[in-house]
Design a protein around this ligand. Structure first.
Ligand code: GRF
Length: 199
């Protein structure tokens, strides 16, 4: 049975979608808890409602943040770390030790529009298609091997609010799916190429 640890600091919609999916398909996993770096994050309330253990390690004005995070993760010893809107860059040293165990959801079709405000950047650029990506986390931001992507067409009259909403809906599908594939050992990783092993 795989042990999953979530890291999130936002509203927690991806976190909730993942937990709901895990429960719905009765995925045989242990959820170790949620690590959050912001005490005001909405995701905390969601974790509480699901009865999931919360670990708050504040990053603001905390010089020990990196060390505390590393120690906690080492103690919990997860098989999979899911970054579900974790608004803090993980240190290279942290990532290096647990390569191919950390996945992230990003709101663009990587490698386009890396970093923050990706939905706005894609919208302003005028691309016709954007979407979202689940990928493994590497030292370099938004650069790891791609697990799943979902394409969203930007229709002529669409506004940024509508686009954001559709991208989030797609995120809520592909992140839980990637978790399922990882936990069922259905990801075949060959360098940058990740393929899904079908039953
Ligand atoms: C998502 O758009 C995700 O792609 C990005 O952060 C956002 C988190 O949203 N990494 P939520 O907290 O899951 O609603």
């Amino acid at each position: 049975m795989k042990k999953i640890l979530f890291l999130a600091s936002g509203t927690g919609s991806n976190f909730s979608a993942s937990i709901e999916y895990i429960q719905k398909i009765k995925l045989d996993v242990e959820i170790l808890g949620l690590i959050c770096n912001k005490k005001e994050a909405k995701v905390l309330e969601k974790a509480k409602n699901f009865g999931i253990k919360i670990f708050l390690i504040e990053s603001k004005e905390n010089p020990n943040y990196d060390l505390e995070l590393k120690n906690l993760v080492m103690k919990l010893n997860p098989d999979l770390i899911v970054l579900a809107g974790y608004m803090k860059i993980l240190s290279g040293e942290f990532i290096f030790g647990i390569k191919n165990k950390i996945i992230n959801i990003h709101p663009s079709l990587l490698p386009s529009f890396q970093g923050i405000k990706s939905i706005e950047k894609a919208f302003d650029y005028g691309v016709k298609f954007t979407g979202c990506t689940v990928h493994f986390v590497e030292e370099e931001i938004d650069s790891g091997a791609i697990i799943l992507q979902s394409v969203v067409e930007i229709l002529p009259k669409m506004n940024i609010t509508e686009l954001t909403e559709i991208i989030h809906q797609e995120e809520h599908k592909i992140l839980p799916l990637a978790i399922e594939y990882f936990c069922k050992d259905r990801l075949l990783i060959e360098g940058r190429k990740v393929s899904i092993i079908h039953d």
